[in-house]
Design a protein. Structure first.
Length: 339
């Protein structure tokens, strides 16, 4: 990766931390690890430097439950980075314990796993496309999804929600209170949205015949021992206790964080040596066990395709209110989806 710049979010623990180590050993020009706070970032940076003997690493802060920090991170990247070759969006949460709202007014899991990473991708898109054009390369956007997306189909209330109201409904407390079991599906639902986003973005990129462009890829790291379930400690919540016991038992068969991180690396660099042809194969793909595999039947269904387009349009409207640059970026750099 000589000469290239890499960004990994959620890089101070778990899969993201191990992914950053792998990238460091590949000798990029610069490795940016994005963490919730500077102290944790600096600790991770020190360990990675010691274990890999790689010095060109910087710890930047970003808290996905706060849109203002995402905007600040993107602004800093625009000013300080000459290029962006790999953006690995790994940070995420799983909060089955109860309904939680961010300071921005969105349900926490939806914002952290979907809205904030999508905002970051849009804001960094110009720099990544500039990198592609200037260096004749194909920068990669790697979005960490999950095989749990196969379990999700969304309720009819979400699929049939009026235009512009899908994510608002999905995020509302009223929707949660209607059926508490919705919490059990929240994580896999957000992982499904990750897949829909990658496919929607890929279908709106200019064709590679017009020159190098970015390659969005969704990745399943598989079930790993990680810090994703660090918030599942509430002895007063019987349901949460049972879930914790179940996952503790499952972890005996789980991958390590390092093993899971290999899938993120595969998503970032696999088939690069095949040039444009390899990028065509990877673009919009879903990686599982170091292979491109078919996504869920729901994603491929008519309901899935309609939901993909509706969520895409909604995201643009929502995120444009958070940062006015989003609508202009979409208009300038992307094209209407081919029907």
């Amino acid at each position: 990766l000589s000469g290239k710049t890499v960004i990994v979010t959620g890089a101070n623990v778990g899969i993201g931390f191990e992914t950053a180590k792998h990238f460091a050993r590949m000798n990029p020009e610069k490795l940016i690890i994005a963490c919730r706070n500077q102290e944790k970032g600096d600790e991770a940076k020190k360990v990675i430097q010691e274990e890999t003997n790689f010095s060109r690493i910087e710890a930047w802060t970003m808290e996905l439950s706060d849109f203002s920090t995402v905007k600040a991170f993107a602004d800093r990247a625009e000013k300080e980075l000459h290029r962006i070759d790999y953006l690995v969006e790994n940070a995420g949460v799983a909060n089955p314990g109860g309904y939680k709202v961010t300071k921005d007014g969105w349900e926490d899991t939806l914002q952290v796993n979907n809205l904030a990473p999508t905002l970051l991708a849009f804001l960094l898109l110009p720099k990544m496309l500039e990198t592609a054009k200037k260096h004749g390369t194909y920068p990669r956007l790697v979005v960490v999804s999950s095989n749990t997306h196969y379990w999700s189909t969304f309720e009819r209330e979400i699929i049939d929600a009026p235009k512009g109201k899908i994510l608002e409904t999905f995020s509302s407390e009223k929707y949660f209170l209607k059926d508490p079991s919705i919490l059990d599906n929240r994580y896999q639902d957000t992982k499904l949205i990750n897949v829909l986003f990658v496919r929607a973005l890929s279908s709106r990129l200019p064709p590679s015949t017009e020159g190098p462009t970015i390659t969005p890829v969704a990745v399943n790291p598989s079930f790993c021992i990680s810090s994703l379930r660090r918030g599942w400690h509430d002895p007063s919540n019987e349901r949460l206790v049972k879930m914790r016991e179940l996952f503790d038992e499952m972890e005996k068969q789980a991958f390590t964080g390092e093993e899971g991180s290999r899938q993120l690396i595969y998503g970032a660099i696999a088939k690069e040596d095949e040039g444009g042809e390899g990028e065509e194969k990877m673009r919009g793909g879903y990686v599982n066990m170091s292979n491109l595999v078919e996504v869920s039947d729901f994603v491929l269904s008519e309901d899935g395709k309609k939901l993909e387009d509706k969520i895409w349009d909604e995201c643009i409207e929502i995120l444009s209110k958070i940062d006015g640059r989003v609508k202009g970026i979409v208009a300038e750099y992307l094209i209407p989806k081919k029907v």
